[in-house]
Design a binder for this molecule. Structure first.
Ligand SMILES: Cc1cc2nc3c(=O)[nH]c(=O)nc-3n(C[C@H](O)[C@H](O)[C@H](O)COP(=O)(O)O)c2cc1C
Length: 240
């Protein structure tokens, strides 16, 4: 801890997806501090393609209402595809584990589709957060480079929140209703919506914040090339 923020090592481990927030708005200076941190994120050719909409108060309530309506009406309008059925092998297994961990914490049976839908619709109430950041950018080419830039920006934003003892959650599902979000926020069509981040004070008493997801150790997805001693179980094939 230095000053009133966590160290990098502490912040990166304190960060987790927060799915229940207290309603109290954050002081503007605190949000500004997060944005000052996030703007230092690197981007392709330093293009800094992000355009961030911070939505609070009555506009937040209106956006939530419109998103809940659009979801109920099936008005999907994502700028990019998202199909969880494309996950296979270990990716499908991890995704399934994530869903089961959450459902178990909430006491929802796998067969209870209605309860799962209610829990998933909390996304559109921003999990009770007083603020949501909508992350827009122009999509150059197929959009994948900008997607990388936005991801790096988002992680910097999330780590800044964590370092300050605040919570956030990136939400792809908000991006699936891009036209609705653009309409409410008066954003032109050429700015694409990558995802949103709901943020605020974590509700530590909620069962939706009671679990943590682990990660596989680096030995499982790092392949060493002539880097001796990095992992004992992956000796580098060094023919010298
Ligand atoms: C780009 C991105 C989009 C995500 N979208 C959603 C979402 O729409 N809804 C949700 O509940 N969680 C969403 N998550 C949260 C992930 O499920 C979560 O980060 C992951 O399961 C790992 O858990 P942890 O963040 O608590 O470590 C998203 C995460 C990322 C990085």
């Amino acid at each position: 801890m230095s000053g009133d923020t966590l160290s990098f090592a502490e912040a990166v481990r304190a960060r987790h997806a927060v799915r229940a927030f207290l309603p109290d708005p954050l002081p503007a200076a605190q949000i500004r501090g997060v944005l000052e941190d996030a703007r230092m994120a690197p981007s392709n050719c330093n293009t800094q393609p992000w355009q961030i909409h911070i939505v609070s108060g009555r506009q937040r309530d209106l956006l939530s209402k419109e998103l809940l309506r659009a979801e109920a009406a099936g008005e999907v309008s994502g700028d990019f595809t998202f199909d969880q059925n494309e996950y296979f092998g270990p990716y499908a297994q991890r995704s399934g584990h994530q869903a089961k961990t959450r459902n178990d914490a909430l006491g929802i049976a796998r067969s209870d589709r209605e309860a799962r839908r209610v829990a998933d619709r909390r996304n559109f109430a921003f999990f009770g957060a007083p603020h949501v950041a909508m992350l827009f950018a122009p999509a150059f080419g197929d959009g994948v480079r900008v997607g990388g830039d936005i991801g790096i920006y988002a992680q910097t934003f999330l780590l800044s929140l964590a370092a300050r003892g605040l919570g956030g959650i990136p939400q792809t599902v908000l991006g699936l209703y891009a036209d609705t979000v653009r309409d409410v926020l008066d954003v032109p069509d050429d700015l694409k919506l990558f995802f949103g981040i709901s943020f605020g004070h974590e509700d530590h008493a909620s069962p939706d914040n009671s679990y943590r997801l682990d990660r596989v150790p680096p030995q499982e997805n790092v392949i060493t090339h002539d880097t001796p001693g990095l992992f004992d179980n992956h000796p580098s094939p060094n023919p010298a």
